[in-house]
Design a protein around this ligand. Sequence first.
Ligand code: ATP
Ligand code: MG
Length: 285
Amino acid sequence: MKTTVICFTNNKGGSGKSTVCANLGYELASAGKRVLLVDGDMQMNLTLSYFSEEETISMAQSGKTLYEAVCDRADLTDFIVRSKYEHLDLVPSSSLMSQLEFKLFTMMQREFVLADCLSGIKAQETYDYILIDSPPTLGNWVINILAASDYSIMPVEASPWGLFGLANMFDFLDSVSGFCPVSLLGVVITKVDERKKYYRQTSDVLSQYSDIPVFKTVIHVDSAVEWAEDNSLPVSAFRKSARSADEFRHLAKEIIKYNKEVTHGSRKKQYGKGIKENGNGRKGS
Ligand SMILES: Nc1ncnc2c1ncn2[C@@H]1O[C@H](COP(=O)(O)OP(=O)(O)OP(=O)(O)O)[C@@H](O)[C@H]1O
Ligand SMILES: [Mg+2]
């Protein structure tokens, strides 16, 4: 099977990017898919989802993280660590990633450095899915992440400010999709709390726009997510019966089904035209 690269992007901090990325990785691997997780954020949250703080810090200091790979435009194969789960590997991050914007500035073809680092692994088709976690920023590094990806999944939090700034994210995605194949796989609504009105509000706004694909599965607020993260475990491994574990499983199924049905890059390239014009996903400028 051809490798599908999916990144998790939203410039809104705390929208659930790392949580969805980590748990989707586990569910895809549990479904027999070969998965590589790539931690693209200096906060190291994806790495911490699978390794203890001590292990994460030790890997960050090993000189074998995504940071060094990108600085040397090196093949990521040599930077892969195995998780304790079958079919699930990871390229760890480090806090040095905070310097990446500056490093990229002087590099040739600076939008495609990560794509180059991944090209060998993709060519070998060692993995069915490569999942890349992004920081909550819109800069050259996130352009690199999008340019290395076939698809982007956008987690949006069901909260008063969850949609604010989404139009900027769509603009950014449009500008990148002009020179690389990335397209929006879908918005996934996260941290849904039935006791509050924000889920309805968020899904009603999104459903007004036919050019924004939204996953059927939503992820509810679930304390098991935090407990699992505190123990460096995916939710399913922490508590298989947790509601969110079930939801991450369903989300993985939606993605596998979609990937079977379509050929790469067949999603539309322009998104959120209406939401950008209407002002629901308000722009900052
Ligand atoms: N479904 C959920 N139920 C409860 N807590 C959640 C859920 N999803 C995420 N969280 C919590 O919300 C916080 C933010 O989630 P997460 O780190 O995944 O967001 P993020 O978009 O990656 O953030 P950042 O933009 O800083 O990278 C975390 O503390 C996480 O534990
Ligand atoms: Mg994160």
